[in-house]
Ligand binder design. Structure first.
Ligand code: G3P
Ligand code: CA
Length: 258
């Protein structure tokens, strides 16, 4: 079975990252899931954007946590993509509304490592419940305390232990936070037995950010459950049944050849 294909910040190679256009494009492409980043404005609105500041994506200096939604909506959040139409900052509600009629897997990453955003976990859970999307969402965060709080509030909600640095035994930390999946950076696939070890412990493995055919193949061979990619269109084409038939199936590359 091929890995699921989740569009990282939406179809971010084709539209401004974390924009409604990027999520709509991902849906149109036919992805299995999307990944998105949540921050919170000064007036308490959950919004979908990666950075704590507006600088990189708007070209104007500002802090998400210190500006109101109305103020932030004055900015064009597509500044690094001059060939794309101007884009306003989407709220989490708007993205969830877009997903309402789909069966997409929705990976909501709580961006609460730099700005703690007190109470963000319950706020996000409530919005997901309000849209009836609780069966489609998996939460993740680089902040282990946030995962722990999510487990406390909603033990049934799937949670991904998100990490970047290479860790030989991530399931220990994952168990401490009560995670139900690992969300390792791509470099972690070099850890021997990572995927197998995770699966043995009942943890799914969702790897980021996987943008090259050789990496997609590697993930497939290792039986990774989902890849999180900026290039979902190409990844899905790579995993079409006819393309898969022309390549070795998982396990074959690493067998003894007997
Ligand atoms: O959730 C996976 C990945 O998005 C984490 O890194 O910096 O792209 O949010 P980042
Ligand atoms: Ca992210």
């Amino acid at each position: 079975m091929r890995p699921q294909v989740w569009a990282h910040r939406g179809a971010s190679a084709e539209a401004p990252e974390n924009s409604l256009a990027a999520f709509a494009k991902a849906i149109e492409i036919g992805v299995d899931g999307i990944e998105l980043d949540v921050q919170r404005t000064a007036d308490g609105i959950l919004v979908v954007t990666h950075d704590e500041t507006t600088d990189r994506v708007t070209g104007q200096s500002g802090s998400i946590a210190q500006l109101t939604l109305a103020q932030l909506r004055q900015f064009n959040f597509a500044a690094p993509w001059p060939d794309q139409p101007a884009t306003v900052l989407p709220t989490l509600d708007e993205v969830l509304d877009l997903c309402r009629a789909t069966s997409l897997r929705i990976n909501i990453e709580l961006k609460n490592s730099e700005v703690p955003y007190r109470g963000m976990e319950k706020h996000v859970l409530d919005r997901v419940l309000a849209f009836g999307l609780q069966d489609q969402v998996i939460y993740s965060s680089f902040n282990p305390f946030s995962l722990w709080r999510l487990r406390w509030i909603a033990p049934e909600a799937p949670r991904g232990y998100l990490y970047s640095e290479v860790r030989p035994r991530p399931w220990l930390a994952a168990a401490l936070t009560g995670a139900t999946a690992l969300h390792p950076s791509l470099a972690n696939l070099d850890v021997p037995g990572l995927v197998e070890g995770a699966h043995r412990r009942g943890l799914a493995v969702h790897v980021w950010t996987v943008d090259e055919p050789g990496q997609w193949e590697h993930c497939h061979q290792l039986a990774v459950d989902a890849i999180i990619t900026n290039r979902p269109r190409e990844a899905l084409a790579f995993f079409t049944p006819s393309q898969l038939r022309s390549r070795p199936q998982p396990g074959q590359l690493f067998s003894s050849g007997r």
